[in-house]
Write a protein that binds this ligand. Structure first.
Ligand SMILES: *[C@@H]1O[C@H](CO)[C@@H](O)[C@H](O)[C@H]1NC(C)=O
Length: 195
């Protein structure tokens, strides 16, 4: 809205509350549509965009869990790696946690979370082809199903692309999430609040 014509995208301010309202809405829509259409249907994406426009500037309700305490996500693959989001959107893992490993994990509804890199301010997203990337804008690809597995590790998988998991290789590199499953160590994460 300034004279320079720069379009400031309102939910990129580092405020977690704003995207949350949109997502609660999307989740309601997804719930309603679950029986009839696949959640990754193009129509759902269209509705999502329209709703975002309508919600612009409106009040937001508090998230279920605001993730205000940054945490590390430790993956038990190989020698053990901490999930890392770099400023250029690259997602990977490092054995020794650094500033890029601190994440805010915020719940959007039971079992569905978003993950934001504290340093980069980017959201972790999973694409249909299984690639993980971090993006400035929250989209439906950043909606992650959080599952507590029997071994007490947590797996994160895409809400809109079923079967795509967040995974690191035994060398700490990002693994394509369509070639792994919940029984593999590469998909097992443990939250940590100190390195
Ligand atoms: C992102 O930054 C890292 C570290 O600076 C670098 O190794 C990597 O190649 C970069 N990736 C891209 C896609 O630019």
């Amino acid at each position: 809205m300034n004279a320079g014509g720069t379009q400031v995208i309102w939910w990129n301010t580092g405020d977690l509350m704003a995207p949350v309202t949109e997502l609660l809405l999307l989740l309601l829509l997804l719930d309603a549509a679950e029986a009839a259409v696949a959640p990754d249907d193009a129509a759902a994406a269209q509705v999502w965009k329209l709703q975002m426009k309508e919600l612009k500037g409106k009040d937001s309700s508090p998230p279920i869990r605001d993730g205000s305490a940054p945490q590390l996500l430790y993956c038990r693959a190989g020698i053990g790696y901490h999930l890392q989001i770099l400023a250029n959107g690259t997602v990977g893992g490092v054995h020794k946690a650094d500033a890029n490993c601190w994440m805010k994990v915020f719940a959007l509804k039971r079992g569905v979370v978003g993950i934001k890199g504290v340093e980069s301010g980017l959201y972790l997203c999973l694409s249909a082809d299984g690639a993980a990337r971090a993006a400035k804008e929250f989209s439906e690809e950043c909606l992650l199903k959080e599952n507590l597995e029997e071994n007490l590790y947590t797996t994160f998988s895409s809400l809109v692309h079923p079967g795509i998991f967040l995974a690191l290789s035994h060398r700490g590199e990002l693994r394509r999430g369509n070639r792994v499953g919940r029984h593999q160590a590469s998909t097992h994460f443990l939250p940590r609040w100190s390195p």
